[in-house]
Design a protein around this ligand. Structure first.
Ligand code: HGY
Ligand code: MN
Ligand code: MN
Length: 415
């Protein structure tokens, strides 16, 4: 028994050890794993984190490849080569000053599944999706979206941080000119399973260790560009100003008011604001906001977007400023496959773990995979329901429980 316990502990050491090692890449100087991390997609820190995971994949014996969108795959062949493999993974890019478990837990647990998989009927492929977060012009799920054909040529020309998305994809080893080759066709895989932290507080509140995801919210994102006139803060009379930040602030408050004016659980956020020239003594000439809204209903998102657009036009009219509202992302809501959700539930129960069925208020690559294969997600509790913050934390035993459920579900699907 000691040997088994040791092996199990060793596996935890494996997963915990890798999470701790990866957390060092992009960590604030002099910090600890509790200080959070910044590995924003397509940046040098992201590239270093991807390199770490590819090394771990190779150590399992998996055959590693990077597709045209920059997604990383590592495959272990099955006994019956003609059968579609099982896909398992997540992402390792983070929001700025994010936590060390969002995406990372599922991506490294997938590596552990690869390491521990014996001779299964179907192959098993671990995947790390490129730039899952909305950190490049507000468009998220970049790698998985490209894999299901939802990244058009025009998006490749969007400029952010001084480069086009095509250049960003090239930086991480993708080939934007061959993006079509990254397409995953229906039938190419048997199923997709993703382990992820809940990023909310329901599991912790209920004292339940495993969440069984039934659906993932849709996300709409818009870039709002407010063009006023930069001018001297001292000599420009108040009545003659074209102050872009004042109008942008009215848009921000309007988003909150409109989203909260409807019954339901929809959410709306303005999380990104850029002011030019951003100087104390200059009337702001330009402001750029990223607006996002989420709900399980696409129709509701569409209606909210239309209301916000109308209000933006009214603010432009009153202020005499030019305001453009450009759609930057639309990720449709997705349902988990009932069979896989059932498997997750039965597997967890079989391991003596309680479960709770729930929707995901966070977006995930799994919602893109749902378009081309049956998908399921396993959630584990987030301490205090906090995420996208250095305070993001999941207890090591919760990480291990989620990884065990993921492994058993994937091995079961792979036969
Ligand atoms: O923003 C999200 O929903 C997720 O963290 N990518
Ligand atoms: Mn995230
Ligand atoms: Mn995530």
């Amino acid at each position: 028994l000691g040997g088994v316990a040791l092996a199990a502990w060793g596996r935890q050491e494996g997963l915990r050890g890798m999470i701790e090692e990866l957390s060092e890449i992009g960590r604030p100087a002099g910090g600890s794993i509790r200080s959070g991390v910044s590995r924003v997609g397509y940046t040098d820190e992201d590239i270093a984190g991807r390199r770490y995971v590819m090394q771990k994949m190779r150590e399992t014996g998996g055959v590693v490849r990077v597709d045209a969108a920059g997604n990383i795959f590592a495959r272990r062949e099955g006994r019956e080569r003609g059968l579609a493999p099982v896909l398992v993974g997540s992402h390792v890019d983070t929001v700025p000053e994010g936590g060390n478990f969002d995406g990372v837990l599922g991506a490294l647990a997938a590596v552990e599944v690869l390491r521990g998989a014996g001779a299964t009927r179907r192959g098993i492929e671990a995947v790390v999706w490129a730039c899952e977060e909305a950190t490049f012009a507000g468009a998220s799920l970049n790698g998985s979206r490209a894999a299901v054909g939802r990244m058009g040529a025009e998006e490749l020309q969007v400029v952010w941080r001084g480069m086009t998305k095509a250049e960003a994809i090239r930086r991480i080893g993708g080939r934007p000119e061959e993006l079509e080759s990254a397409r995953i066709q229906p039938g190419a895989y048997h199923a997709y399973v993703e382990l992820h932290i809940e990023q909310g507080g329901r599991l912790e509140k209920a004292g339940v260790p495993i969440g069984v995801v039934e659906g993932i919210v849709g996300v709409d994102r818009y870039e709002v560009v407010v063009r006023g006139e930069a001018n001297h803060a001292g000599t420009t009379p108040m009545a003659e100003r074209k102050d872009a930040l004042v109008a942008a602030s009215q848009v921000t408050l309007a988003v909150r008011e409109i989203v909260m004016s409807e019954p339901g659980e929809q959410v709306g956020t303005v999380g990104y604001l850029e002011v030019k020239p951003n100087a104390a003594n200059v009337v702001p000439g330009e402001a750029r906001l990223l607006v996002e809204m989420r709900d399980l209903s696409s129709a509701k998102l569409e209606a909210l977007g239309a209301k916000i657009r109308k209000r933006v036009e009214a603010i432009a009219g009153e202020s005499g400023l030019r305001i453009d509202m450009i759609r930057r992302g639309r990720n449709e809501p997705a349902l988990a496959d009932a069979g896989i959700a059932g498997r997750i539930e039965a597997t967890a129960r079989g391991l003596g773990l309680g479960t709770m069925r729930m929707a995901s208020g966070a977006g995930h690559d799994a919602q893109m995979m749902a378009r081309v294969m049956p998908m399921g997600m396993v959630f584990v509790p987030s301490a205090g329901g906090v995420s996208h913050s250095p305070r993001e934390w999941t207890e090591w035993e919760d990480c291990e429980r989620g990884a065990r459920v993921l492994r058993e579900v994937v091995l079961g699907l792979a036969g």
